[in-house]
Design a binder for this molecule. Structure first.
Ligand code: SAM
Length: 432
């Protein structure tokens, strides 16, 4: 039987409250709602998570006592209702009626009166309730993250938070090996898809509205790929030359691997390494679609396979696993799932990956370290600690007109309607 869209959203969000990622919790419910409701289900789930700390703060004020753990779906439904009232343009009466109606689909008919009363009270007391939120909740950030943003970014915190709460733009990377950006933009326009060139990356086009990739001219033939503008800067900064041996060490799903090859189809070798075999398969899919060639290796970059010879690569890209705090708008479940204690663990992994890969770099070679984090502990601190441990590593300053110079590299902060938040550091290997 087809499931009510708001009830499905509540189930997805209860799954995330129970520790599932959105990628795990959403697909099963997508299959249960009517086809016409799928986009709305996605919007309710992503949107509610982007604003979760604020909505949970409001619900906390509205509820006399917390709901029981087995009623997390009801709590999530209340947040879905508040999301519609507080953030979206769904007319209030329709939002309340549909959300209250969803209690039945959840088999929680007892909660009908409760959900109705809470949402109506929010409508009446909106200003007072919003005014009583603490600053982190008002900015819709987990308290630990808000604190770190304030410590590190001061006055920019609110703009960073707003970017993280916004709907991300859909950005294309035009395959410049096949077609100039202006010409592809023209093809998009002819297909009724308006776009604007990015200011930072030569291949970036921002779409005015998100579309299914099937609607993009020449997508299956590899004329364009979906990739944020910030991510497109990595291959530009790595700037491989013909004949280079290149290692892309944390490669799946292969966005940057393919971009490196689109820019430079004649490296002596490109090895795309990835620890997760299922994700490695996605590198192969992308290479196939774009008709590109790389050697895909499933391995742990912290302990590279012995058959990769020491000092054999001219360029190494390390797109390290990280907190993803710079792309939180694309992965808003991070607001519930990420813990402050994860950051130190991630920094440890990042350091181990740098230590594992460094011996593979030729003297005179370059390693580009990239994260989609905006936290110093995963960025400058990892890089400066690493340089402090080695006598053959030095920082090559990245002189570009974008981003902020940091002690260990360059930070691009996320911007509403603009790029994701990524960190870049270029390290040169000396003779030691
Ligand atoms: N570079 C990719 C792209 O542009 O499409 C995105 C990479 S994503 C930020 C980080 C990747 O590193 C994930 O696919 C993750 O599975 C992988 N990873 C995590 N730890 C790793 C390790 N120790 N060795 C190799 N890959 C690892």
């Amino acid at each position: 039987m087809v499931l009510d869209c708001r009830a499905a959203a509540a189930r997805v969000l209860a799954g995330v409250m129970n520790g599932q990622s959105l990628n795990q919790a959403l697909p099963p419910q997508q299959g249960r709602v009517a086809g016409r409701d799928r986009a709305l289900l996605q919007e309710l789930c992503y949107g509610s998570l982007r604003h979760w700390p604020r909505l949970a703060g409001l619900a906390g004020q509205l509820l006399d006592k917390p709901l029981r753990d087995k009623d997390r779906d009801v709590f999530a439904l209340i947040l879905v209702g508040l999301y519609q009232l507080a953030v979206t343009r769904v007319p209030d009466h329709a939002a309340v009626a549909a959300t209250v109606g969803a209690t039945r689909a959840l088999n929680k008919g007892w909660a009908r009166g409760l959900v109705n009363a809470l949402l109506r009270r929010y409508q009446r007391e909106r200003d007072a309730l919003e005014g009583a939120l603490d600053p982190a909740a008002r900015a819709a950030q987990p308290p630990w993250l808000y604190r770190q943003l304030q410590d590190q970014w001061g006055e920019a915190t609110d703009a960073i938070a707003a970017a993280g709460n916004s709907r991300p733009p859909m950005v294309l990377r035009v395959n410049l090996a096949r077609i100039p950006r202006a010409q592809y933009r023209q093809q998009l326009a002819e297909a009724g898809i308006a776009s604007t060139p990015g200011d930072l990356a030569a291949s970036a086009l921002y779409l005015e509205r998100a579309v299914d990739v099937g609607e993009l001219p020449g997508f299956a033939e590899g004329l364009a790929s979906v990739q944020d503008e910030a991510a497109q800067l990595a291959a530009e900064l790595l700037d491989c030359r013909a004949g280079d041996r290149v290692l892309d060490a944390c490669a799946a799903p292969g966005g940057k691997t393919c971009h490196i090859l689109e820019r430079n189809p004649r490296p002596a070798a490109l090895v795309a390494m990835e620890v997760d075999p299922e994700r490695a398969a996605r590198i192969r899919d992308n290479l196939r679609r774009l008709e590109l060639d790389a050697e895909v290796v499933v391995a742990d970059a912290a302990h590279p396979p012995a058959d990769l010879e020491p000092a054999s690569f001219d360029r190494i890209l390390v797109d390290a696993p990280c907190s993803a705090t710079g792309v939180i708008r694309r992965h808003p479940d991070i607001k519930l799932l990420r813990r402050e204690s994860d950051i130190g663990q991630l920094a440890g992994q990042q350091a181990a990956i740098l230590d594992g890969l460094w011996p593979l770099l030729k003297p005179g070679g370059q390693l580009l370290y990239v994260t989609c984090s905006i936290l110093e502990a995963e960025n400058s601190a990892v890089v400066t600690d690493f340089i402090g441990r080695r006598n053959d590593a030095r920082l090559d300053p990245i002189a570009v007109p974008w981003g902020e110079a940091r002690p260990g590299g360059r930070q691009l902060l996320p911007r509403e309607g603009g790029p994701d938040g990524l960190f870049f550091a270029r390290l040169l290997r000396g003779d030691g």
